[in-house]
Design a binder for this molecule. Structure first.
Ligand code: XIL
Length: 456
């Protein structure tokens, strides 16, 4: 009897397994940022603003690609408590409901910050008074969202660039160093389930400012002040991802906190062109790869859905195009790079390496001497023939390509785009072509180029 039952159950399970196997294509890589991030145990978020939620392409892109939402301005003090003890959670509630309906996590941003702070707070001059205003603000706002917010940026931008000294805010001046731990304690009391983060910019690599944050986290951990995560804003400029970003994230992780990339954008001088976009793609790839290499780097959030509404052009005149989607919601090369770095693959993009009909490329150094080297890139077709290929090489600073053979190169800044010479463009399935080049490196920087390739 028992045996028969097991046999029946066994058959059922087998049938179920066969059905599942039929329903899921065996090798499909995840096709969106949030799916590919989830497959790596990560969260991929975006900042969003109520003002744009009515635009269907905006909401559709947000919902399709991201599984964490940071209100861009709606949770800041000036909006939520414009006059003392009078709260307005309306705009933020709208975003929170949207996020909940889409099963997105919510990042609370931000409880204590010197900007977008109402005048009544800046005008307080007694320590007890400001401390009680700050505690009340945190109790009410984090209390209002208790259980709904996954992560809170409790304190934002409290350190100065360069020196790493405390920033001269009203909180620092009137309350003193202890305002930060007071803020974290108040946040924990108001919402015990949220992860509490310290968030800042220019702490993406190791420098005096990130050292100061490191020492603060270490001190908090030693004294039992509640802190769960550090947010690296990562407002970066083109071609300047700190080379020690991974090391920096790892040292924070080693203190026992999670690391989040909270406001990622990589700005360029406008208008964008293909070589700037290629460099940007490489930059995004570096940031995502650095995060994936650190097991406690669990969240990546970009500071906006589309270049159309990015804060960059307002604050850095002449710069922009910093995000993953352009002003028409088209995926930029940076999108493909981020997706690929996450192990995902865009089903609608036949130019991706790994796609049928696409190419892969490898680089090898073939010679070197004092002040230069020779390199060779080999492009290989996948399972289908290709008619042509393109390789984008980002050269190290101070390097110059002085000769290139079996390819045609166009150069813009440190980005070199290489196409076939004609006879070596079309490749049979599995076939390959190569080109070579000579690099002069008078400054002694003999770093290998970073390459990516696709079709055409
Ligand atoms: C920016 C918003 O994107 C803008 O809309 C607003 O005008 C100013 O603030 N660091 C932060 C964010 O922590 O809150 C800032 O957001 C960008 C820099």
């Amino acid at each position: 009897m028992r045996r028969a039952l097991t046999a029946v159950l066994g058959t059922g399970a087998l049938l179920l397994a066969m059905l599942v196997a039929v329903a899921l294509p065996a090798s499909a890589a995840p096709g969106t940022l949030k799916e590919s991030a989830a497959a790596k145990g990560r969260v991929f978020g975006a900042a969003a603003a109520t003002a744009h939620m009515g635009e269907s392409a905006y909401a559709a892109t947000l919902d399709r690609e991201f599984n964490q939402l940071t209100p861009e301005n709606e949770m800041k003090w000036a909006t939520t408590e414009p006059s003392r003890n009078s709260f307005d959670f309306g705009p933020a509630d709208q975003l929170v409901s949207h996020a909940q309906a889409q099963s997105m996590k919510i990042r609370g941003h931000t409880l204590v910050w010197h900007n977008q702070l109402p005048d009544w707070v800046s005008g307080i001059s007694s320590r007890d008074d400001l401390l009680s205003a700050m505690r009340n603000h945190i109790a009410k706002e984090a209390g209002h969202y208790a259980g709904k917010v996954a992560y809170w940026d409790v304190v934002n931008e409290a350190f100065q660039d360069g020196s790493g000294a405390r920033r001269d805010s009203v909180f620092q001046r009137v309350i003193g160093d202890s305002y930060m731990e007071e803020a974290f304690r108040a946040a924990r009391a108001a919402d015990p389930s949220a992860k509490l983060c310290y968030n800042d910019y220019n702490i993406d690599g190791q420098n005096a400012k990130s050292n100061a944050v490191y020492n603060m986290v270490k001190d908090f951990k030693a004294r039992g002040v509640p802190i769960d995560c550090v947010g690296l804003q990562a407002h970066l400029t083109l071609g300047a991802v700190p080379s020690d970003m991974q090391t920096n994230m790892q040292r924070f992780a080693d203190l026992g906190v999670d690391v989040h990339i909270t406001e990622l954008d990589i700005r360029m001088s406008t208008p964008p062109d293909s070589s700037k976009l290629a460099t940007q793609a490489n930059d995004y790839k570096k940031v995502v790869s650095a995060c994936l290499a650190v097991s406690r780097c669990t969240v990546i959030t970009v500071w906006g859905v589309t270049d159309k509404y990015s804060w960059i052009p307002d604050v850095f005149p002449g710069e922009g195009a910093a995000l993953l989607f352009d002003g028409n919601y088209a995926k930029k090369p940076a999108y493909d790079a981020a997706l690929q770095a996450l192990g995902g693959e865009d089903p609608g993009d036949p130019g991706d390496p790994g796609d049928p009909g696409a190419v892969t490329c490898t680089y090898a150094r073939t010679a070197q001497w004092n002040g230069g080297f020779n390199g060779q890139v080999t492009i290989k077709a996948g399972a289908t023939a290709v008619a042509s290929w393109t390789v984008v090489m980002t050269m190290g600073s101070g390097q110059q390509i002085v000769a290139l053979w079996n390819g045609t190169a166009s150069t813009s800044g440190n980005v070199v785009t290489v196409k076939p010479v004609g006879w070596n463009g079309s490749l049979a399935p599995g076939a390959s072509a190569s080109y070579g080049f000579t690099v002069n490196a008078p400054t002694g920087n003999t770093a290998d180029p970073v390459i990516s390739c696709g079709t055409p």
